[in-house]
Design a protein around this ligand. Structure first.
Ligand code: BTN
Length: 256
C-alpha cells in the first residue's frame, strides 16, 4: 500500500504531484499515464504510481522488475509543449532529481549515461522517458522512474541479482517510499524550472553526478560496438565520446 496523503505531505511543489493516480496493481505506470493522456484525464505534473507493477518497461525494449510493496514505480506526466532542445534534457533532470533524492537520504549515488542510477557501481534505479513529437515541439512526455527501495537480495530474480541493488541493501535500513517520492518530485520540479532558464546549469549538475567522466566506455550504437573515452554531454543531452582522437556525439547510447 502506498499512502497518497503521505506523498503529498512530503511535497514542496507548486504543480507537480498535486494530482496523484494510485493503483494497487498495474501493468506499467508509463502505459497507464499514456492511457490517461489519451482519455483527456491527465494533468501537467500528475503522478501515476502503483504498489505492484507487474509488466514494467525498461529502456531499449527491456523489461523492468519491481518487487511488490518494496520498490517504487511511478510516472510523471508533462503536458506543456517543450522545445526539442529542452525535451532532450528531461531524462537528465530526472536523473539529477533522483541523485539528489538519494543524497538527501544519506547515500552517494552516481549517474551512468543516459539515466541509470548507481550505488557503489551497481544499478539501483532507472528512468524511461517517452514522448509524443510533432513538427516543432514535444507535446506530452511521460517520465517513468523505477527505484529499488526496501528489497533484500532474495527479492530479485536470479537474472538480475548480481547487477541490482536497493537502498536497503546499501544503507542497511528501510526507507519510506512516500517520502522518497515526495522528495524526488520536489527536486524534479525545481530542476524543471532551472531547465527553462539555464539549461547549462543542468548539464553541469548532471556532470557532477556522472561516475564515468574521462573513463573508457563501450556501447552499441546502431548495432555496432563502439568504445572510447566519455567526455561528458553536449547542450542537447547527447554523449560526447572521444574515439580514435575524434570527439563524436551519440544520442542516448547505452553503456555496457
Ligand atoms: C531502465 O531500463 O533503466 C529504465 C527503467 C524504468 C522503469 C520505470 S518503473 C516506472 C515506469 N513504468 C514503466 O513501465 N517503466 C518505468
Amino acid at each position: 500500500m502506498i499512502f497518497i496523503n503521505l506523498i503529498q505531505t512530503n511535497l514542496q511543489t507548486k504543480q507537480f504531484g498535486k494530482e496523484i493516480e494510485y493503483y494497487q496493481r498495474l501493468e506499467s505506470t508509463n502505459v497507464e499515464a499514456w492511457e490517461l493522456i489519451k482519455n483527456g484525464e491527465a494533468s501537467h505534473g500528475m503522478i501515476v504510481i502503483t504498489d505492484h507493477q507487474f509488466h514494467g518497461k525498461g529502456r531499449s525494449g527491456n523489461s523492468w522488475f519491481m518487487s511488490p510493496s518494496k520498490g517504487i514505480a511511478m510516472s510523471l506526466i508533462l503536458l506543456e509543449p517543450l522545445s526539442p532542445n529542452i525535451a532532450g534534457l528531461i531524462p537528465l533532470i530526472a536523473g539529477i532529481a533522483m541523485a539528489k533524492t538519494l543524497n538527501n537520504r544519506g547515500l552517494s549515488p552516481k549517474l551512468k549515461w543516459p539515466n541509470d542510477i548507481l550505488l557503489d557501481k551497481i544499478k539501483v534505479g532507472g528512468i524511461l522517458c517517452e514522448s509524443k513529437i510533432s513538427a516543432q515541439s514535444v507535446n506530452g512526455m511521460v517520465v517513468g522512474m523505477g527505484l529499488n527501495v526496501n528489497e533484500t537480495k532474495l527479492d530479485f530474480p536470479d537474472e538480475i541479482i548480481s547487477n541490482t541493488t536497493s537502498l536497503f541493501i546499501e544503507s542497511g535500513c528501510s526507507h519510506q517510499r512516500e517520502l522518497i517520492v515526495g522528495i524526488f518530485t520536489t527536486y524534479f520540479e525545481r530542476c524543471f524550472e532551472v531547465l527553462q532558464n539555464s539549461p547549462e546549469e543542468i548539464i553541469s549538475e548532471w556532470t557532477s553526478f556522472c561516475g564515468h567522466i574521462n573513463q573508457k566506455v563501450s556501447f552499441r550504437f546502431r548495432g555496432i560496438l563502439q568504445s572510447g573515452l566519455f567526455k561528458g554531454i553536449d547542450n542537447f543531452g547527447q554523449a560526447r565520446v572521444m574515439i580514435d582522437g575524434n570527439e563524436r556525439m551519440f544520442p542516448s547510447i547505452v553503456l555496457d
